[in-house]
Structures are given as structure tokens and as C-alpha cells.
Write a protein of this length. Structure first.
Length: 321
């Protein structure tokens, strides 16, 4: 009995949806062809009722005189969103992306699967070459749970576009949190040689090994996403109070980057001033991107550093190279 009900569920899951209901005759035909199981038309209703008892609703389309599965773990729109997110995530290697997308699509009808595959045209050339991403996440979560330090090799691209170690020595760190920021997954951790926290891109880590070294304690009130907010573009370094004078045209961009709780004051007809806490390198990179509409006001040392960067850049553009 259970075997038949599960077989019917698989048929309804993959062969039907609201736009593509399946007839009673087709269900019985697939049941016999794929599973070597035979039931009568009258018995089919009993199996639908059994599925309904477990929260799995099969609806009847009276116009097409056919059935379709009306309850799934994910909506069609959610599946398309998740699959596109996986496909566009460059930190997930291509082979792992295909496996994960297949698992997501297997929760839907074959028509949803065809629709997604037919709408993906461009190969994502930014996909990571590091095939250890999911293994890295599992290993780091295990280390965090067991409160153990880890060692690993940290990779970078050479001019031949190959991933190679940044240095021969292995990194040894105390892992605390995994966060998503700046379109990448990072590990927030502490190095034995520094008092401040550090962070590393997980897709650039290789050969992670859990050690017997007990994890150094981290404060209970530590918020990993508050930490990330002060690391603009995930640049490291000490944090300090910084103010920016911006044109109104980038107001939405400021909110998108720094959040709605950032301190903002009106500064004239079409300007506003932003006050935030961040590392210097992150703000320098941000201000360079928005140089036409944003300037660093304080601290003076950071403003002068920005002026020097702009002067050096202008000299490069004016040179006759």
C-alpha cells in the first residue's frame, strides 16, 4: 500500500502541475510502466486521500478532467529565484551548481525544470575553480561546533588564471562565524598573532584541517553582521568614525550599502551628510567608486589620503604612456 502511494506521489510530483494536469489513465499507465504496479481507477482515489492526510493535496481540473499536485515544498517562483541565485553565485563551482540546481528542480514538475534550463543561456565565467567550497563549509561548521582551531591554505590567482597558495605556510586561525557579505561567504575568525578579528573568503580556502587546539572564546554579544557592516567591501583594518558629503542622487545607493540605520543629515538643497563607523580602506574604495557624487569630510587624515590618491591617478591619466 505505502509503496503504491509513494509511487503515485512521485508521478504527480514530476509529471504534473497546475498548467499540466495528468489524466487518471496516464497515472495508471506510468504506475505500471515505471514501477510495475497495477491498481484500479477506484483505488486511485484512496491513495489521493492518503496523501491528503499527510498534507499533500492533489487537485482535480474539471475542465481538463485531469489531476495535478497542488502542494510542494517550494513555489515555482521560489525555485526559479533559488536556482538563479545558485547559478549566478561565483563562489559555487560549476559542477556543484549543477548538482544543487538539479536537487531544487527535482522538487518540481518536469515542466518547471525545462522552463529554467531553457532560460539559462550565458555561461557564468566567474565560477570559482575551487571545488572544495561545500566541503569547506561543512568542515568549518564542524570546527565551530566542536570549538577547535583550523589550519588551511589560502589561495589567489596567478597570471595564468590558476589558483595557487598565497604563501607556503599554512594559516592557523580560530573560526567563529560564517557570513554572507559583498557577494561572497566569509569566515570571521581570530589569528594567534593579532588581537583583532580577521575574515577570509571561504571559496579561497583549501585543504582545511581541524586541529586539537581549543578555540579562543569570543564575546557573547558579538554580532557577525554588525562586524560586516563596518568592513565595507570586506576590507580589514581598525574601525573609525567617518563622515561623507554626498549628492542626493546616490541616496538610495547609500541606504543599500550601509543600511537604513545609518546616521544621515540634510546638508543643503541637494546634499546630505553620512556618519558611519568603518575601516579606512573600505571607505576609500567606496568613495573612489562614487567620486563624482561623494567626498570624504572627516577624519582629515583620510580626506588627505583620498586627495593624494586622486592626484596620483590624475598624473597617471595625464602621462603619455
Amino acid at each position: 500500500m505505502k509503496q503504491i502511494t509513494l509511487a503515485i506521489y512521485e508521478i504527480m510530483c514530476h509529471e504534473s502541475d497546475e498548467e499540466h494536469p495528468i489524466s487518471r489513465h496516464k497515472i495508471l499507465e506510468l504506475l505500471e510502466k515505471r514501477y510495475d504496479l497495477e491498481i484500479t481507477r477506484q483505488t486511485l482515489k484512496k491513495h489521493f486521500d492518503l496523501l491528503a492526510e499527510h498534507g499533500i493535496e492533489v487537485e482535480y481540473d474539471s475542465i481538463k478532467k485531469a489531476y495535478y499536485l497542488n502542494s510542494r515544498e517550494f513555489e515555482k517562483s521560489e525555485i526559479h529565484l533559488l536556482c538563479n541565485a545558485v547559478y549566478s553565485s561565483h563562489f559555487i563551482p560549476e559542477s556543484d551548481s549543477k548538482k544543487l540546481i538539479k536537487k531544487l528542480l527535482d522538487t518540481q514538475s518536469k515542466y518547471v525544470s525545462q522552463s529554467f534550463n531553457n532560460n539559462v543561456y550565458v555561461k557564468n565565467e566567474r565560477k570559482s575553480l575551487n571545488k572544495q567550497f561545500f566541503y569547506n563549509v561543512e568542515t568549518l561548521l564542524e570546527a565551530i561546533q566542536n570549538k577547535k582551531a583550523v589550519s588551511f591554505l589560502y589561495m589567489k590567482y596567478n597570471h595564468q588564471k590558476q589558483l595557487v597558495p598565497r604563501r607556503k605556510e599554512r594559516y592557523l586561525i580560530h573560526p567563529y562565524h560564517i557570513i554572507y557579505a559583498n557577494e561572497n561567504f566569509y569566515l570571521i575568525c581570530r589569528n594567534d598573532h593579532y588581537d583583532n578579528l580577521s575574515h577570509y573568503r571561504i571559496d579561497r580556502m583549501q585543504d582545511i584541517q581541524i586541529t586539537d587546539i581549543v578555540l579562543k572564546k569570543l564575546g557573547k554579544d558579538f554580532d557577525p553582521y554588525e562586524y560586516a557592516k563596518t568592513k565595507i567591501f570586506m576590507y580589514g583594518g581598525d574601525e573609525e568614525m567617518i563622515s561623507l558629503l554626498c549628492d542626493d542622487v546616490i541616496f538610495d545607493d547609500i541606504i543599500d550599502r550601509f543600511g537604513r540605520d545609518v546616521m544621515i543629515q540634510k546638508a543643503g538643497h541637494d546634499h546630505f551628510q553620512v556618519y558611519l563607523k568603518s575601516s579606512r580602506q573600505g571607505i576609500l574604495y567606496f568613495a573612489l567608486q562614487y567620486a563624482a557624487h561623494c567626498q570624504i569630510m572627516t577624519p582629515a587624515s583620510l580626506r588627505n589620503e583620498m586627495i593624494q590618491i586622486l592626484q596620483n591617478t590624475l598624473e597617471k591619466y595625464q602621462s603619455k604612456r
